[in-house]
Design a protein around this ligand. Structure first.
Ligand code: KG4
Ligand code: ZN
Length: 337
Protein backbone atom coordinates (compact mmCIF):
# COMPACT_ATOMS: atom_id res chain seq x y z
CA UNK A 1 0.00 0.00 0.00
CA UNK A 2 1.46 3.36 -1.05
CA UNK A 3 -0.34 6.52 -0.02
CA UNK A 4 0.30 10.13 -1.01
CA UNK A 5 -1.00 12.52 1.65
CA UNK A 6 -1.66 16.23 1.32
CA UNK A 7 -2.05 18.78 4.12
CA UNK A 8 -3.25 22.32 3.40
CA UNK A 9 -5.51 23.34 6.30
CA UNK A 10 -3.77 26.57 7.26
CA UNK A 11 -0.52 28.16 6.09
CA UNK A 12 1.73 25.13 5.53
CA UNK A 13 1.62 23.09 2.33
CA UNK A 14 2.60 19.52 3.13
CA UNK A 15 2.97 16.29 1.19
CA UNK A 16 4.07 12.89 2.49
CA UNK A 17 4.42 9.40 1.09
CA UNK A 18 3.57 6.38 3.23
CA UNK A 19 4.71 2.94 2.09
CA UNK A 20 6.05 -0.27 3.63
CA UNK A 21 4.34 0.61 6.93
CA UNK A 22 6.36 3.79 7.32
CA UNK A 23 6.59 7.39 6.19
CA UNK A 24 9.16 7.61 3.39
CA UNK A 25 9.00 11.37 2.90
CA UNK A 26 7.42 14.31 4.67
CA UNK A 27 7.82 17.67 2.90
CA UNK A 28 6.53 21.00 4.09
CA UNK A 29 6.55 24.50 2.58
CA UNK A 30 5.83 27.31 5.03
CA UNK A 31 4.51 30.71 3.99
CA UNK A 32 6.53 33.76 5.00
CA UNK A 33 4.03 36.11 3.35
CA UNK A 34 1.91 36.32 6.57
CA UNK A 35 4.69 37.59 8.83
CA UNK A 36 4.21 41.27 8.06
CA UNK A 37 0.47 41.04 8.81
CA UNK A 38 0.89 39.52 12.27
CA UNK A 39 -1.30 36.51 11.44
CA UNK A 40 -2.44 34.23 8.63
CA UNK A 41 -4.24 36.09 5.81
CA UNK A 42 -6.62 33.44 4.36
CA UNK A 43 -6.60 34.70 0.76
CA UNK A 44 -2.80 34.92 0.67
CA UNK A 45 -2.59 31.44 2.21
CA UNK A 46 -4.68 29.82 -0.52
CA UNK A 47 -2.70 31.57 -3.26
CA UNK A 48 0.57 30.38 -1.72
CA UNK A 49 -0.82 26.82 -1.49
CA UNK A 50 -1.54 26.96 -5.22
CA UNK A 51 2.05 27.94 -5.91
CA UNK A 52 3.53 25.39 -3.52
CA UNK A 53 1.45 22.29 -3.99
CA UNK A 54 2.94 20.93 -7.23
CA UNK A 55 6.61 21.31 -6.19
CA UNK A 56 5.90 19.97 -2.67
CA UNK A 57 4.09 16.86 -3.96
CA UNK A 58 6.78 16.37 -6.58
CA UNK A 59 9.59 16.51 -4.04
CA UNK A 60 7.72 14.18 -1.63
CA UNK A 61 7.40 11.55 -4.39
CA UNK A 62 11.03 12.00 -5.47
CA UNK A 63 12.36 11.77 -1.91
CA UNK A 64 10.34 8.60 -1.35
CA UNK A 65 11.63 7.18 -4.63
CA UNK A 66 8.08 6.43 -5.74
CA UNK A 67 6.48 7.22 -9.05
CA UNK A 68 2.91 8.48 -9.01
CA UNK A 69 1.74 5.44 -10.97
CA UNK A 70 2.64 3.21 -8.01
CA UNK A 71 0.27 5.03 -5.61
CA UNK A 72 -2.65 3.09 -4.12
CA UNK A 73 -4.57 6.08 -2.70
CA UNK A 74 -4.55 9.84 -2.17
CA UNK A 75 -5.30 11.14 1.32
CA UNK A 76 -6.00 14.80 2.06
CA UNK A 77 -7.06 17.09 4.90
CA UNK A 78 -10.79 17.70 4.61
CA UNK A 79 -10.94 20.02 7.62
CA UNK A 80 -11.11 21.79 9.98
CA UNK A 81 -9.21 24.75 8.60
CA UNK A 82 -9.36 27.76 6.31
CA UNK A 83 -11.79 27.09 3.48
CA UNK A 84 -9.60 28.62 0.75
CA UNK A 85 -6.59 26.61 1.89
CA UNK A 86 -8.55 23.36 2.20
CA UNK A 87 -9.98 23.84 -1.29
CA UNK A 88 -6.52 23.84 -2.87
CA UNK A 89 -5.47 20.57 -1.19
CA UNK A 90 -8.80 18.83 -1.71
CA UNK A 91 -9.09 19.85 -5.38
CA UNK A 92 -5.55 18.70 -6.03
CA UNK A 93 -6.18 15.38 -4.25
CA UNK A 94 -9.40 14.79 -6.17
CA UNK A 95 -7.76 15.54 -9.50
CA UNK A 96 -4.90 13.20 -8.72
CA UNK A 97 -7.19 10.38 -7.58
CA UNK A 98 -9.25 10.72 -10.76
CA UNK A 99 -6.21 10.88 -13.02
CA UNK A 100 -4.58 7.83 -11.43
CA UNK A 101 -7.88 6.02 -10.83
CA UNK A 102 -7.08 5.32 -7.17
CA UNK A 103 -9.27 5.84 -4.07
CA UNK A 104 -9.55 9.15 -2.29
CA UNK A 105 -9.32 9.30 1.53
CA UNK A 106 -10.57 12.31 3.48
CA UNK A 107 -8.86 13.03 6.80
CA UNK A 108 -9.87 15.02 9.86
CA UNK A 109 -6.87 17.21 10.72
CA UNK A 110 -7.43 16.90 14.50
CA UNK A 111 -7.67 13.12 14.37
CA UNK A 112 -4.45 13.19 12.33
CA UNK A 113 -2.58 15.25 14.96
CA UNK A 114 -3.38 12.47 17.45
CA UNK A 115 -2.50 9.60 15.10
CA UNK A 116 0.96 11.15 14.58
CA UNK A 117 1.83 9.04 17.64
CA UNK A 118 1.54 5.93 15.45
CA UNK A 119 4.15 6.94 12.88
CA UNK A 120 7.10 4.57 12.94
CA UNK A 121 10.57 6.09 12.80
CA UNK A 122 13.34 4.05 11.25
CA UNK A 123 16.02 3.07 13.73
CA UNK A 124 13.79 3.91 16.72
CA UNK A 125 11.81 1.61 18.94
CA UNK A 126 8.09 1.66 18.12
CA UNK A 127 6.16 2.32 21.33
CA UNK A 128 2.80 3.82 20.42
CA UNK A 129 0.15 4.48 23.08
CA UNK A 130 -2.23 1.60 23.81
CA UNK A 131 -5.99 2.13 23.88
CA UNK A 132 -7.70 3.80 25.56
CA UNK A 133 -5.51 6.86 26.13
CA UNK A 134 -6.13 10.56 26.65
CA UNK A 135 -4.74 13.10 24.22
CA UNK A 136 -4.40 16.81 24.85
CA UNK A 137 -4.55 18.40 21.41
CA UNK A 138 -3.21 21.94 21.56
CA UNK A 139 -2.84 23.83 18.30
CA UNK A 140 -3.38 27.29 16.89
CA UNK A 141 -7.05 26.64 16.30
CA UNK A 142 -7.98 23.99 18.86
CA UNK A 143 -7.56 22.90 22.45
CA UNK A 144 -9.20 19.62 23.33
CA UNK A 145 -8.92 16.65 25.65
CA UNK A 146 -9.81 13.58 23.63
CA UNK A 147 -10.42 10.02 24.76
CA UNK A 148 -8.87 7.83 22.08
CA UNK A 149 -10.58 4.44 22.03
CA UNK A 150 -9.17 3.20 18.76
CA UNK A 151 -7.32 4.65 15.77
CA UNK A 152 -10.53 5.99 14.30
CA UNK A 153 -12.73 6.12 17.38
CA UNK A 154 -12.27 9.26 19.45
CA UNK A 155 -14.44 11.22 21.86
CA UNK A 156 -13.92 14.86 22.84
CA UNK A 157 -14.15 15.16 26.65
CA UNK A 158 -13.54 18.90 26.85
CA UNK A 159 -12.46 21.82 24.71
CA UNK A 160 -11.83 25.54 24.73
CA UNK A 161 -14.83 27.81 24.79
CA UNK A 162 -12.87 30.78 23.41
CA UNK A 163 -9.21 31.02 22.34
CA UNK A 164 -7.04 28.00 21.61
CA UNK A 165 -3.80 27.54 23.57
CA UNK A 166 -1.66 28.34 20.51
CA UNK A 167 -3.76 31.40 19.83
CA UNK A 168 -3.19 32.56 23.42
CA UNK A 169 0.58 32.19 22.92
CA UNK A 170 0.42 34.07 19.62
CA UNK A 171 -1.71 36.88 21.05
CA UNK A 172 0.52 37.32 24.10
CA UNK A 173 3.49 37.52 21.74
CA UNK A 174 1.70 40.10 19.61
CA UNK A 175 0.93 42.22 22.69
CA UNK A 176 4.69 42.21 23.40
CA UNK A 177 5.39 43.28 19.82
CA UNK A 178 6.82 39.91 18.71
CA UNK A 179 6.23 38.66 15.14
CA UNK A 180 3.77 35.92 14.12
CA UNK A 181 3.69 33.06 15.02
CA UNK A 182 4.76 34.09 18.50
CA UNK A 183 4.40 30.73 20.29
CA UNK A 184 7.92 29.48 19.50
CA UNK A 185 9.41 32.86 20.51
CA UNK A 186 7.60 32.91 23.85
CA UNK A 187 9.00 29.41 24.41
CA UNK A 188 12.52 30.62 23.54
CA UNK A 189 12.49 33.72 25.79
CA UNK A 190 10.74 31.84 28.62
CA UNK A 191 13.85 29.66 29.00
CA UNK A 192 15.79 32.73 30.22
CA UNK A 193 13.05 34.15 32.43
CA UNK A 194 11.61 33.84 35.93
CA UNK A 195 8.25 32.07 35.69
CA UNK A 196 7.13 33.47 39.06
CA UNK A 197 7.83 37.11 38.23
CA UNK A 198 4.21 37.86 37.28
CA UNK A 199 1.01 36.23 38.46
CA UNK A 200 -2.17 35.90 36.42
CA UNK A 201 -5.60 34.79 37.61
CA UNK A 202 -6.47 31.18 36.77
CA UNK A 203 -9.68 30.69 34.75
CA UNK A 204 -12.63 29.31 36.69
CA UNK A 205 -13.92 26.97 34.03
CA UNK A 206 -15.70 23.93 35.44
CA UNK A 207 -15.23 20.40 34.07
CA UNK A 208 -12.87 19.63 31.23
CA UNK A 209 -13.50 22.74 29.13
CA UNK A 210 -10.89 25.47 28.77
CA UNK A 211 -10.87 29.25 28.57
CA UNK A 212 -7.88 31.43 27.73
CA UNK A 213 -9.51 34.79 27.04
CA UNK A 214 -9.29 35.96 30.69
CA UNK A 215 -5.57 35.22 30.80
CA UNK A 216 -5.06 37.11 27.56
CA UNK A 217 -6.96 40.13 28.90
CA UNK A 218 -5.07 40.22 32.21
CA UNK A 219 -1.79 39.97 30.27
CA UNK A 220 -2.89 42.86 28.06
CA UNK A 221 -3.91 45.01 31.05
CA UNK A 222 -0.67 44.31 32.93
CA UNK A 223 1.35 45.46 29.94
CA UNK A 224 -0.88 48.47 29.27
CA UNK A 225 -0.59 49.66 32.90
CA UNK A 226 3.15 49.05 33.23
CA UNK A 227 4.02 50.58 29.85
CA UNK A 228 2.14 53.74 30.92
CA UNK A 229 4.64 54.02 33.80
CA UNK A 230 7.72 52.85 31.90
CA UNK A 231 7.71 52.70 28.07
CA UNK A 232 10.63 50.22 28.20
CA UNK A 233 8.71 47.78 30.44
CA UNK A 234 8.27 45.06 27.82
CA UNK A 235 11.84 45.01 26.59
CA UNK A 236 13.19 45.08 30.16
CA UNK A 237 10.94 42.21 31.26
CA UNK A 238 10.46 40.18 28.09
CA UNK A 239 11.94 36.93 29.40
CA UNK A 240 10.04 37.09 32.70
CA UNK A 241 6.79 37.97 30.92
CA UNK A 242 7.19 35.02 28.55
CA UNK A 243 8.14 32.60 31.35
CA UNK A 244 5.24 33.69 33.59
CA UNK A 245 2.69 33.57 30.79
CA UNK A 246 3.90 30.16 29.63
CA UNK A 247 3.81 28.79 33.17
CA UNK A 248 0.21 29.90 33.52
CA UNK A 249 -0.86 28.21 30.24
CA UNK A 250 0.96 25.00 31.21
CA UNK A 251 -0.69 25.01 34.66
CA UNK A 252 -4.13 25.38 33.06
CA UNK A 253 -3.42 22.49 30.67
CA UNK A 254 -1.93 20.21 33.34
CA UNK A 255 -4.78 20.83 35.81
CA UNK A 256 -7.33 19.79 33.20
CA UNK A 257 -5.31 16.74 32.21
CA UNK A 258 -5.19 15.68 35.86
CA UNK A 259 -8.95 16.12 36.11
CA UNK A 260 -9.43 14.05 32.94
CA UNK A 261 -7.12 11.32 34.25
CA UNK A 262 -8.93 11.26 37.60
CA UNK A 263 -12.40 11.18 36.10
CA UNK A 264 -11.66 8.48 33.51
CA UNK A 265 -9.11 6.43 35.44
CA UNK A 266 -6.86 6.56 32.35
CA UNK A 267 -3.23 7.44 33.03
CA UNK A 268 -1.83 7.08 29.53
CA UNK A 269 -1.47 10.69 28.43
CA UNK A 270 -0.44 11.96 25.01
CA UNK A 271 -0.09 15.48 23.60
CA UNK A 272 -0.48 16.64 20.02
CA UNK A 273 -0.63 19.81 17.93
CA UNK A 274 1.66 22.81 17.51
CA UNK A 275 1.82 23.73 21.19
CA UNK A 276 3.09 20.22 22.03
CA UNK A 277 6.39 21.54 20.61
CA UNK A 278 6.59 23.85 23.65
CA UNK A 279 9.65 22.87 25.68
CA UNK A 280 8.08 23.87 29.01
CA UNK A 281 5.02 21.71 28.39
CA UNK A 282 7.16 18.78 27.21
CA UNK A 283 9.35 18.99 30.30
CA UNK A 284 6.38 19.32 32.68
CA UNK A 285 4.79 16.28 31.08
CA UNK A 286 7.96 14.22 31.30
CA UNK A 287 8.23 15.08 34.98
CA UNK A 288 4.64 13.97 35.51
CA UNK A 289 5.61 10.38 34.69
CA UNK A 290 7.25 10.26 38.13
CA UNK A 291 5.18 12.90 39.90
CA UNK A 292 1.73 11.77 38.77
CA UNK A 293 2.39 8.17 37.76
CA UNK A 294 1.38 8.75 34.15
CA UNK A 295 2.72 7.04 31.05
CA UNK A 296 3.37 9.99 28.79
CA UNK A 297 3.60 10.17 24.98
CA UNK A 298 5.24 13.20 23.41
CA UNK A 299 5.48 13.44 19.61
CA UNK A 300 8.72 14.06 17.73
CA UNK A 301 9.10 17.78 17.02
CA UNK A 302 8.47 17.40 13.28
CA UNK A 303 5.07 15.81 14.00
CA UNK A 304 3.87 18.46 16.47
CA UNK A 305 3.14 21.33 14.09
CA UNK A 306 1.20 20.82 10.87
CA UNK A 307 2.64 18.14 8.59
CA UNK A 308 1.46 15.66 5.97
CA UNK A 309 2.96 12.57 7.64
CA UNK A 310 0.09 12.63 10.14
CA UNK A 311 -2.40 12.79 7.26
CA UNK A 312 -0.62 9.83 5.69
CA UNK A 313 -0.80 7.64 8.81
CA UNK A 314 -4.50 8.47 9.22
CA UNK A 315 -5.00 7.66 5.54
CA UNK A 316 -3.33 4.31 6.19
CA UNK A 317 -5.77 3.35 8.97
CA UNK A 318 -8.73 4.48 6.85
CA UNK A 319 -7.40 2.51 3.89
CA UNK A 320 -7.29 -0.64 6.04
CA UNK A 321 -10.98 -0.14 6.77
CA UNK A 322 -11.72 0.83 3.16
CA UNK A 323 -13.09 4.16 4.32
CA UNK A 324 -12.89 5.96 1.00
CA UNK A 325 -14.45 9.28 -0.02
CA UNK A 326 -16.53 10.01 -3.09
CA UNK A 327 -15.30 12.50 -5.65
CA UNK A 328 -18.09 14.86 -4.52
CA UNK A 329 -16.59 15.19 -1.00
CA UNK A 330 -16.35 18.85 0.08
CA UNK A 331 -13.87 20.44 2.50
CA UNK A 332 -15.22 21.49 5.90
CA UNK A 333 -14.01 24.63 7.70
CA UNK A 334 -15.50 23.08 10.87
CA UNK A 335 -15.20 19.35 11.13
CA UNK A 336 -16.16 17.75 14.44
CA UNK A 337 -14.44 14.43 15.15
O1 KG4 B 1 -0.83 22.48 14.92
P1 KG4 B 1 -0.33 23.76 14.34
O2 KG4 B 1 0.94 23.75 13.54
O3 KG4 B 1 -1.39 24.44 13.45
C1 KG4 B 1 -2.77 24.38 13.73
O4 KG4 B 1 -3.40 23.35 13.40
O5 KG4 B 1 -3.23 25.37 14.34
O6 KG4 B 1 -0.17 24.77 15.60
C2 KG4 B 1 0.31 26.07 15.41
C3 KG4 B 1 0.33 26.76 16.78
C4 KG4 B 1 0.64 28.25 16.71
O7 KG4 B 1 -0.27 28.95 17.51
C5 KG4 B 1 2.06 28.32 17.27
O8 KG4 B 1 2.37 29.54 17.89
C6 KG4 B 1 2.04 27.21 18.27
O9 KG4 B 1 1.33 26.17 17.62
N1 KG4 B 1 3.39 26.75 18.61
C7 KG4 B 1 3.93 26.90 19.85
C8 KG4 B 1 5.25 26.38 19.76
N2 KG4 B 1 5.45 25.93 18.48
C9 KG4 B 1 4.30 26.17 17.80
N3 KG4 B 1 3.43 27.40 20.98
C10 KG4 B 1 4.22 27.42 22.07
N4 KG4 B 1 5.50 26.95 22.07
C11 KG4 B 1 6.04 26.42 20.95
N5 KG4 B 1 7.28 25.94 20.96
ZN1 ZN C 1 -2.74 21.54 13.15
Amino acid sequence: MKILAIESSCDDTGAAVFANESVLSNMIAGQLVHKEYGGVVPELASRAHQQNIVPVVDSALKKAGISKDELSAIAFTRGPGLMGSLLVGSSFAKAMSMALNVPLIEVNHLQAHILAHFIKTQGEEYNPPTFPFLCLTVSGGHTQIVMVKDHLQMEILGQTLDDAAGEAFDKAAKIMGLPYPGGPLVDKYAKEGNADAFKFPMPKMPGLDFSFSGLKTSFLYLIRDEVAKDPQFVSKNQNDLCASFQKCVITILMDKLQLAADSTGINQIAIAGGVSANSGLRETLRESEKKRGWKVYIPRMEYCTDNAAMIAITGYYKFLKKEFAGIDVVPLARYPM
